[in-house]
Design a protein around this ligand. Structure first.
Ligand SMILES: [Zn+2]
Length: 114
């Protein structure tokens, strides 16, 4: 796979934003009194927090599942109560060292694509 995009600014900037929960999710728009949808537009189940969008949304889970399958990484998909960092640490422990680089790549790329 072509992973050259990893080193580029948009991916790093996105993760910096996501880490600080500064993406314009619905909950953040609401806190500013801006117009928003009460629920995630992808699943219509839960409020659109950054954790929901990247980890617990059924659509996100499906993308994680397929990507892990495609890259042959034997880690579980993100669970309901973890942050991306929690998941990454758990996934790393479940993944053989030779696949750690691939795991790191998808940990950066999947949230950015979602
Ligand atoms: Zn959702």
């Amino acid at each position: 796979a072509d992973l050259e995009v990893l080193g580029t600014t948009p991916v790093k900037f996105f993760h910096w934003l996501a880490h600080q929960d500064r993406c314009w999710t619905a909950t953040r728009l609401a806190s500013r009194g801006l117009q928003h949808h009460p629920r995630c537009l992808l699943c219509d189940q839960d409020p659109e927090t950054i954790q929901h969008l990247l980890l617990t949304c059924p659509f996100a889970k499906q993308i994680w599942h397929r990507t892990l399958d495609w890259t042959h990484i034997p880690a579980q998909t993100p669970a309901n109560d973890t942050t991306l960092m929690d998941w990454w640490l758990r996934a790393k422990a479940q993944t053989p060292p030779m696949l750690h680089k691939a795991l790191q790549s998808i940990t950066l790329l999947v949230p950015w694509m979602i």
